[in-house]
Write a protein of this length. Structure first.
Length: 242
């Protein structure tokens, strides 16, 4: 059987690959440190799962893997039951962190996947794969912190987008849709939000596509929405992001 040697563990010394007090402490501290950074990034953007949630998910995964490694060493087996159970628990936690807004639109999907990723990174810490852990952590942090700007830019150049529209009265909906068509936008779907029926406002979710070549070439979603915002019967309008 080939022995897998982690490069960072080799630099730290053989103690870091074992189950001594130093190695266990290092893995738990590293788990808390990395999950704190990811949790702070999510919390800073006011997402559902915050700092403590990420820390506990990572810590639980790390401890589960440490216990599996210890049990396997003590019983000379190759079963990772606690780690497998933690993966199932992670999936349940991640699913429960997803919220649904009006119209069954998904919110919190990135945070949900972030929790799952943080838990898996915790498993890699627990088994002592420091190199995999740090590379995965950096990749996850970059995905959460840096790529959203690229994603927003790409979405802003897409021919399809959704808007949340609040009208002062439902009778203006026909006027609004006429304006959309004149601008060079086709309407793919319109959905009334029933939660605002008795509020004095008419709130809609509208999916549109850009059909005008000039709009596609010269205007972003933000510029189109800013123009629609000037209509006197529009109380509020913004682009919806999943």
């Amino acid at each position: 059987m080939n022995t897998v040697i982690d490069p960072i563990a080799s630099l730290l010394g053989t103690w870091s690959s074992g189950l001594g007090a130093g190695a266990v402490t290092l893995r738990i501290v590293l788990s808390l440190l990395l999950s704190t950074i990811i949790g702070c990034e999510r919390a800073s953007k006011r997402h559902a799962a915050g700092l403590r949630t990420f820390m506990l998910v990572s810590l639980a995964s790390t401890v589960a893997m440490l216990l599996d490694v210890y049990i396997n060493a003590a019983t000379d087996s190759d079963l990772f039951l606690l780690s497998a159970a933690s993966v199932v628990a992670l999936s349940i936690i991640s699913i429960n962190s997803i919220l649904f807004s009006s119209g069954n639109r998904i919110k919190g999907l990135t945070t949900s996947v972030g929790l799952w990723t943080c838990g898996v990174i915790g498993l890699s810490i627990g088994i002592g794969f420091y190199t995999v852990t740090l590379v995965s952590f950096l990749a996850a942090l970059c995905s959460l912190s840096w790529f959203p700007q690229l994603e927003i830019y790409m979405k802003n150049r897409s021919n399809h987008f959704e808007i949340r529209l609040e009208l002062t009265n439902s009778r203006y909906l026909q006027d609004f849709t006429s304006v959309l068509r004149k601008l060079g936008l086709s309407i793919d779907d319109i959905e009334l939000n029933p939660a605002y029926v008795n509020s004095g406002l008419s709130v809609y979710s509208i999916a549109v596509s850009i059909t005008s070549p000039e709009l596609k070439k010269y205007k972003t979603h933000a510029e189109i929405i800013e123009a629609l915002r000037t209509l006197e019967y529009v109380h509020y309008i913004n682009e919806m992001h999943l």
